[in-house]
Ligand binder design. Structure first.
Ligand code: NAD
Length: 284
Protein backbone atom coordinates (compact mmCIF):
# COMPACT_ATOMS: atom_id res chain seq x y z
CA UNK A 1 0.00 0.00 0.00
CA UNK A 2 1.18 3.55 -0.66
CA UNK A 3 -0.37 6.05 1.70
CA UNK A 4 -2.50 8.87 0.28
CA UNK A 5 -0.88 12.29 0.77
CA UNK A 6 -2.99 14.56 2.99
CA UNK A 7 -1.72 17.93 1.84
CA UNK A 8 -2.44 21.05 3.86
CA UNK A 9 -1.87 23.47 1.01
CA UNK A 10 -5.39 23.71 -0.48
CA UNK A 11 -6.98 24.01 2.97
CA UNK A 12 -4.47 26.73 3.89
CA UNK A 13 -5.27 28.60 0.65
CA UNK A 14 -9.01 28.41 1.38
CA UNK A 15 -8.52 29.72 4.93
CA UNK A 16 -6.29 32.52 3.62
CA UNK A 17 -8.89 33.51 1.00
CA UNK A 18 -11.62 33.79 3.67
CA UNK A 19 -9.24 35.71 5.94
CA UNK A 20 -8.30 38.14 3.15
CA UNK A 21 -11.98 38.89 2.48
CA UNK A 22 -12.73 39.41 6.18
CA UNK A 23 -9.61 41.56 6.70
CA UNK A 24 -10.66 43.79 3.76
CA UNK A 25 -14.20 44.07 5.15
CA UNK A 26 -12.89 45.07 8.59
CA UNK A 27 -10.37 47.54 7.17
CA UNK A 28 -13.07 49.18 5.05
CA UNK A 29 -15.17 49.51 8.21
CA UNK A 30 -12.29 51.28 10.01
CA UNK A 31 -10.67 48.40 11.91
CA UNK A 32 -7.31 47.43 10.40
CA UNK A 33 -6.63 43.92 11.79
CA UNK A 34 -3.27 43.99 13.57
CA UNK A 35 -1.10 41.22 14.95
CA UNK A 36 1.73 41.95 17.41
CA UNK A 37 4.61 39.49 17.71
CA UNK A 38 6.77 39.89 20.81
CA UNK A 39 10.33 38.60 20.40
CA UNK A 40 13.05 38.27 23.05
CA UNK A 41 15.59 36.01 21.40
CA UNK A 42 18.36 36.12 18.81
CA UNK A 43 17.54 32.56 17.75
CA UNK A 44 17.88 32.31 13.96
CA UNK A 45 15.04 29.83 13.36
CA UNK A 46 12.77 32.03 15.45
CA UNK A 47 13.74 35.06 13.33
CA UNK A 48 12.96 33.06 10.18
CA UNK A 49 9.55 32.08 11.59
CA UNK A 50 8.71 35.68 12.56
CA UNK A 51 9.62 36.92 9.07
CA UNK A 52 7.42 34.29 7.49
CA UNK A 53 4.46 35.19 9.77
CA UNK A 54 4.91 38.90 8.98
CA UNK A 55 4.98 38.20 5.24
CA UNK A 56 1.94 35.91 5.41
CA UNK A 57 0.03 38.50 7.46
CA UNK A 58 0.74 41.28 5.00
CA UNK A 59 -0.38 39.06 2.11
CA UNK A 60 -3.86 38.70 3.63
CA UNK A 61 -4.15 42.36 4.68
CA UNK A 62 -3.20 42.05 8.36
CA UNK A 63 -0.68 44.52 9.77
CA UNK A 64 2.10 42.81 11.69
CA UNK A 65 4.03 44.69 14.39
CA UNK A 66 7.17 42.90 15.53
CA UNK A 67 8.17 44.11 19.01
CA UNK A 68 11.76 42.99 19.51
CA UNK A 69 12.83 43.34 23.14
CA UNK A 70 16.25 41.76 22.58
CA UNK A 71 17.69 38.62 24.12
CA UNK A 72 18.51 40.39 27.40
CA UNK A 73 14.84 41.19 28.10
CA UNK A 74 13.67 40.43 31.64
CA UNK A 75 10.42 38.79 32.73
CA UNK A 76 8.93 42.07 34.06
CA UNK A 77 9.78 43.86 30.79
CA UNK A 78 8.13 41.14 28.72
CA UNK A 79 5.09 41.14 30.99
CA UNK A 80 4.77 44.95 30.79
CA UNK A 81 4.93 44.77 26.98
CA UNK A 82 2.22 42.10 26.86
CA UNK A 83 0.07 44.13 29.27
CA UNK A 84 0.44 47.23 27.10
CA UNK A 85 -0.44 45.34 23.90
CA UNK A 86 -3.41 43.72 25.67
CA UNK A 87 -4.69 47.22 26.53
CA UNK A 88 -3.96 48.71 23.09
CA UNK A 89 -7.20 48.98 21.06
CA UNK A 90 -5.22 49.04 17.82
CA UNK A 91 -3.87 45.49 18.44
CA UNK A 92 -6.13 42.46 17.97
CA UNK A 93 -3.82 39.47 18.17
CA UNK A 94 -0.70 38.87 20.28
CA UNK A 95 1.93 36.16 19.88
CA UNK A 96 4.79 35.65 22.31
CA UNK A 97 7.61 34.08 20.33
CA UNK A 98 9.77 31.43 22.02
CA UNK A 99 12.46 30.71 23.11
CA UNK A 100 12.58 33.33 25.87
CA UNK A 101 15.71 34.36 27.78
CA UNK A 102 16.96 31.77 30.30
CA UNK A 103 14.88 31.71 33.48
CA UNK A 104 11.83 33.40 31.91
CA UNK A 105 8.85 31.05 31.85
CA UNK A 106 6.71 31.26 28.70
CA UNK A 107 3.47 30.22 30.39
CA UNK A 108 3.95 32.72 33.24
CA UNK A 109 4.49 35.47 30.66
CA UNK A 110 1.57 34.36 28.49
CA UNK A 111 -0.80 34.90 31.42
CA UNK A 112 -0.41 38.60 30.55
CA UNK A 113 -1.91 38.09 27.06
CA UNK A 114 -5.55 39.16 27.18
CA UNK A 115 -7.40 35.95 26.37
CA UNK A 116 -9.52 37.40 23.55
CA UNK A 117 -6.28 38.50 21.80
CA UNK A 118 -4.52 35.19 22.51
CA UNK A 119 -4.60 34.06 18.87
CA UNK A 120 -2.10 31.23 19.37
CA UNK A 121 -3.67 29.91 22.56
CA UNK A 122 -0.54 30.51 24.65
CA UNK A 123 -2.22 31.78 27.81
CA UNK A 124 -2.83 28.81 30.15
CA UNK A 125 -6.35 30.23 30.65
CA UNK A 126 -7.05 29.56 26.96
CA UNK A 127 -6.04 25.91 27.39
CA UNK A 128 -8.25 25.67 30.49
CA UNK A 129 -11.21 27.15 28.63
CA UNK A 130 -10.58 24.76 25.72
CA UNK A 131 -10.52 21.80 28.14
CA UNK A 132 -13.77 23.03 29.69
CA UNK A 133 -15.42 23.37 26.27
CA UNK A 134 -15.65 27.18 26.52
CA UNK A 135 -14.86 29.50 23.59
CA UNK A 136 -11.12 30.15 23.29
CA UNK A 137 -8.47 30.27 20.60
CA UNK A 138 -6.70 26.90 20.38
CA UNK A 139 -2.99 26.88 19.58
CA UNK A 140 -2.99 27.10 15.78
CA UNK A 141 -0.93 23.92 15.34
CA UNK A 142 -3.30 21.83 17.45
CA UNK A 143 -6.30 23.18 15.53
CA UNK A 144 -4.48 22.53 12.24
CA UNK A 145 -4.28 18.82 13.11
CA UNK A 146 -8.06 18.56 13.43
CA UNK A 147 -8.82 20.82 10.46
CA UNK A 148 -6.56 18.87 8.09
CA UNK A 149 -8.22 15.58 9.12
CA UNK A 150 -11.70 17.05 8.66
CA UNK A 151 -10.74 18.62 5.33
CA UNK A 152 -9.72 15.21 3.98
CA UNK A 153 -12.90 13.57 5.29
CA UNK A 154 -11.25 11.48 8.02
CA UNK A 155 -13.95 10.34 10.41
CA UNK A 156 -13.07 11.12 14.05
CA UNK A 157 -16.21 10.31 16.04
CA UNK A 158 -15.80 7.01 17.86
CA UNK A 159 -12.34 6.36 16.45
CA UNK A 160 -9.18 5.79 18.42
CA UNK A 161 -6.62 8.57 18.03
CA UNK A 162 -3.15 8.26 19.59
CA UNK A 163 -1.49 11.64 20.14
CA UNK A 164 2.27 11.34 20.65
CA UNK A 165 3.41 14.36 22.71
CA UNK A 166 1.82 16.19 25.63
CA UNK A 167 3.09 19.75 25.28
CA UNK A 168 0.71 22.61 26.01
CA UNK A 169 1.36 23.90 22.48
CA UNK A 170 0.39 20.79 20.52
CA UNK A 171 -0.30 17.48 22.28
CA UNK A 172 -2.65 18.56 25.08
CA UNK A 173 -4.77 21.04 23.10
CA UNK A 174 -4.95 18.60 20.15
CA UNK A 175 -6.23 15.92 22.55
CA UNK A 176 -8.99 18.27 23.78
CA UNK A 177 -10.02 19.25 20.26
CA UNK A 178 -10.14 15.58 19.24
CA UNK A 179 -12.22 14.71 22.32
CA UNK A 180 -14.58 17.49 21.30
CA UNK A 181 -15.02 15.66 17.96
CA UNK A 182 -15.91 12.52 19.93
CA UNK A 183 -12.69 10.66 19.22
CA UNK A 184 -11.35 8.21 21.80
CA UNK A 185 -7.99 9.76 22.61
CA UNK A 186 -4.82 8.27 24.08
CA UNK A 187 -2.02 10.73 24.86
CA UNK A 188 1.49 9.22 24.70
CA UNK A 189 4.70 10.85 25.90
CA UNK A 190 8.35 10.21 26.64
CA UNK A 191 7.47 7.94 29.60
CA UNK A 192 4.93 5.82 27.69
CA UNK A 193 5.91 2.15 27.82
CA UNK A 194 5.87 0.40 24.46
CA UNK A 195 4.85 3.33 22.29
CA UNK A 196 4.51 1.09 19.22
CA UNK A 197 1.94 -1.12 20.97
CA UNK A 198 -0.21 1.92 21.79
CA UNK A 199 0.04 3.72 18.47
CA UNK A 200 -0.41 0.62 16.35
CA UNK A 201 -3.77 0.03 18.06
CA UNK A 202 -5.01 3.45 16.86
CA UNK A 203 -7.00 4.43 13.77
CA UNK A 204 -5.24 7.80 13.66
CA UNK A 205 -1.74 8.67 14.93
CA UNK A 206 -0.76 12.29 15.57
CA UNK A 207 3.03 12.58 15.90
CA UNK A 208 4.07 15.70 17.86
CA UNK A 209 7.20 14.69 19.75
CA UNK A 210 9.91 16.64 17.93
CA UNK A 211 11.96 13.46 17.31
CA UNK A 212 13.13 12.70 13.80
CA UNK A 213 11.98 9.29 12.60
CA UNK A 214 10.26 8.35 15.88
CA UNK A 215 7.21 6.89 14.15
CA UNK A 216 8.12 3.96 11.90
CA UNK A 217 6.03 1.33 10.14
CA UNK A 218 6.10 -0.69 13.40
CA UNK A 219 4.15 2.13 15.07
CA UNK A 220 1.15 2.17 12.72
CA UNK A 221 -1.67 -0.20 11.91
CA UNK A 222 -2.19 -1.12 8.25
CA UNK A 223 -4.39 1.57 6.70
CA UNK A 224 -4.09 4.01 9.65
CA UNK A 225 -4.09 7.77 9.12
CA UNK A 226 -0.91 9.54 10.28
CA UNK A 227 -0.54 13.27 10.96
CA UNK A 228 3.07 14.43 11.19
CA UNK A 229 3.32 17.64 13.24
CA UNK A 230 7.09 17.47 13.65
CA UNK A 231 9.23 20.18 12.11
CA UNK A 232 12.76 19.24 13.01
CA UNK A 233 15.77 20.99 11.48
CA UNK A 234 18.44 18.68 10.07
CA UNK A 235 22.15 19.44 9.83
CA UNK A 236 21.77 20.36 6.14
CA UNK A 237 19.16 22.98 6.95
CA UNK A 238 16.11 20.98 5.89
CA UNK A 239 12.94 20.48 7.92
CA UNK A 240 11.80 16.92 8.56
CA UNK A 241 8.94 15.44 10.55
CA UNK A 242 8.67 12.89 13.34
CA UNK A 243 7.51 10.19 10.95
CA UNK A 244 9.80 7.94 8.96
CA UNK A 245 7.79 8.71 5.82
CA UNK A 246 9.45 6.10 3.60
CA UNK A 247 8.50 3.10 5.77
CA UNK A 248 5.19 4.49 7.08
CA UNK A 249 3.90 5.32 3.58
CA UNK A 250 4.14 1.60 2.72
CA UNK A 251 1.77 0.64 5.54
CA UNK A 252 -0.45 3.60 6.48
CA UNK A 253 -3.57 4.57 4.56
CA UNK A 254 -2.81 8.28 4.57
CA UNK A 255 -0.04 10.59 5.76
CA UNK A 256 0.45 14.36 5.99
CA UNK A 257 3.68 15.53 4.31
CA UNK A 258 6.44 17.66 5.88
CA UNK A 259 6.68 20.31 4.56
CA UNK A 260 3.24 21.07 3.12
CA UNK A 261 1.01 19.41 5.71
CA UNK A 262 0.26 20.83 9.15
CA UNK A 263 2.67 23.81 8.73
CA UNK A 264 0.79 25.90 6.12
CA UNK A 265 -2.55 25.28 7.86
CA UNK A 266 -1.04 26.47 11.16
CA UNK A 267 0.06 29.79 9.68
CA UNK A 268 -3.27 30.29 7.92
CA UNK A 269 -5.19 29.63 11.16
CA UNK A 270 -3.06 32.11 13.11
CA UNK A 271 -4.13 34.80 10.64
CA UNK A 272 -7.74 33.61 10.67
CA UNK A 273 -7.76 33.87 14.46
CA UNK A 274 -6.44 37.44 14.21
CA UNK A 275 -9.32 38.61 12.01
CA UNK A 276 -11.78 36.72 14.24
CA UNK A 277 -10.32 38.56 17.24
CA UNK A 278 -10.50 41.90 15.40
CA UNK A 279 -14.11 41.26 14.48
CA UNK A 280 -15.10 40.23 18.03
CA UNK A 281 -13.23 43.14 19.66
CA UNK A 282 -14.89 45.57 17.24
CA UNK A 283 -18.33 44.32 18.29
CA UNK A 284 -17.44 44.37 22.00
P1 NAD B 1 7.93 19.68 23.09
O1 NAD B 1 9.38 19.35 23.11
O2 NAD B 1 7.40 20.77 23.93
O3 NAD B 1 7.11 18.37 23.46
C1 NAD B 1 7.44 17.12 22.94
C2 NAD B 1 6.54 16.08 23.54
O4 NAD B 1 6.87 14.82 22.94
C3 NAD B 1 6.69 15.91 25.05
O5 NAD B 1 5.40 15.87 25.63
C4 NAD B 1 7.39 14.56 25.21
O6 NAD B 1 6.93 13.83 26.34
C5 NAD B 1 7.04 13.84 23.92
N1 NAD B 1 8.12 12.92 23.51
C6 NAD B 1 9.42 13.23 23.35
N2 NAD B 1 10.10 12.12 23.00
C7 NAD B 1 9.22 11.11 22.95
C8 NAD B 1 9.33 9.72 22.68
N3 NAD B 1 10.49 9.17 22.36
N4 NAD B 1 8.21 8.98 22.71
C9 NAD B 1 7.01 9.54 23.02
N5 NAD B 1 6.85 10.86 23.29
C10 NAD B 1 7.95 11.62 23.27
O7 NAD B 1 7.57 19.92 21.54
P2 NAD B 1 6.33 20.69 20.86
O8 NAD B 1 6.51 22.15 21.01
O9 NAD B 1 5.06 20.07 21.28
O10 NAD B 1 6.61 20.34 19.35
C11 NAD B 1 6.56 19.01 18.87
C12 NAD B 1 6.96 19.00 17.40
O11 NAD B 1 6.02 19.75 16.67
C13 NAD B 1 8.33 19.65 17.12
O12 NAD B 1 8.95 18.97 16.07
C14 NAD B 1 7.96 21.04 16.68
O13 NAD B 1 8.94 21.63 15.85
C15 NAD B 1 6.68 20.77 15.94
N6 NAD B 1 5.81 21.93 15.82
C16 NAD B 1 5.35 22.21 14.57
C17 NAD B 1 4.52 23.30 14.39
C18 NAD B 1 3.97 23.58 13.00
O14 NAD B 1 3.47 24.64 12.77
N7 NAD B 1 4.04 22.63 12.08
C19 NAD B 1 4.19 24.13 15.45
C20 NAD B 1 4.64 23.79 16.73
C21 NAD B 1 5.45 22.68 16.90
Amino acid sequence: MTAAVLSGRELAAAIRAETTAEAARLSAAGTAPTLAVVVATADESSAWYVRSIARAAEQVGIACDVVDLGQEATGPEIRRTLDALSADDRVHGIILQTPLPPGVDAQEMALAIRFDKDVDGANPLSLGRLAAGLPAFAPATAEAVVRILEHHGVELAGRHVAVVGRSTVVGKPAAHLLLDRNATVTVCHSRTRDLAAVTSAADVVVAAAGRIGLITADHVAPGAVVVDVGTNPTEDGELVGDVDAASVAEKAGALTPVPGGVGPVTTALLLAHTVQAASALRRA
